[in-house]
Design a protein around this ligand. Structure first.
Ligand SMILES: N[C@@H](CCC(=O)N[C@@H](CS)C(=O)NCC(=O)O)C(=O)O
Length: 209
């Protein structure tokens, strides 16, 4: 199995962390987004969106990070990371959809302006963009924080791929200075996720195969 990733990115982190948590064997290919690797014809042939990550498994090519998490979980045979029952599956899918549609888009302006721009040599943050993004950040953080009350993980007692999906955006919380005051449940939950050996391992860029 090959994972095409750019490890500083949260979307690479979630894919690597799930693969590592499930102890799957994989090789990595680094897609250096700052150098424009995603625009090269050979990469665009894998993902016409010219975005990272991409999974290749025995000729099967899959893009969209949350679809990759699903593939990894089912391939591993784990019955809690992707639950066995319909309601459990729908619950996980709900949070993964929410992550892609609401949570990550709410976090991206903060992460991009305060972290990614500097790493990419694109100058300093535009705080006006951050200010404009804050109401949506707080709306989403309020939803997540409220839901986590009384739950160990997002969907209850079991860690699932939804935790990895939603948690990935939190990797930028400190450097991007997310305003976390009052969101103690998110802080508690993300602390447990970030303490997983697989999460720690995935934060370190893997060497290219
Ligand atoms: N919905 C996609 C989003 C993928 C995406 O936007 N990836 C970003 C990095 S986090 C990317 O490759 N950007 C390259 C570019 O914009 O040129 C997924 O979850 O895989």
């Amino acid at each position: 199995m090959i994972l095409h990733v750019f490890p500083p990115s949260p979307r690479a982190l979630k894919v690597l962390a799930v693969a590592n948590h499930l102890k799957l064997n994989y090789e990595t290919r680094i897609v250096d987004l700052f150098k424009g690797d995603q625009l090269k014809p050979e990469y665009a042939a894998l993902n016409p969106n010219q975005r990272m990550p991409v999974l290749e498994d025995d000729g099967f090519v899959l893009w969209e990070s949350n679809a990759i998490l699903f593939y990894l979980a089912v391939k591993s045979g784990d019955r809690t990371m992707w639950p066995a029952d319909l309601k459990g599956q729908a619950d996980v899918l709900r949070w993964m959809t929410w992550e892609a549609a609401h949570w990550t888009p709410a976090c991206i302006p903060l992460a991009f302006e305060r972290v990614v721009k500097g790493m990419a040599g694109k100058g300093g943050p535009d705080e006006a963009i951050v200010e404009k993004a804050l109401p949506e950040f707080h709306r989403c953080a309020g939803v997540l924080n409220g839901h986590l009350k009384g739950r160990t993980w997002l969907t209850g007692a079991d860690l699932t791929i939804a935790d990895f999906a939603v948690g990935s955006a939190m990797a930028m919380a400190v450097p991007a200075q997310y305003p976390m005051a009052g969101y103690d449940e998110i802080t508690r939950w993300y602390g447990a996720l970030a303490a997983l050996p697989a999460w720690k391992k995935s934060l370190v860029a893997p060497p290219p195969a």
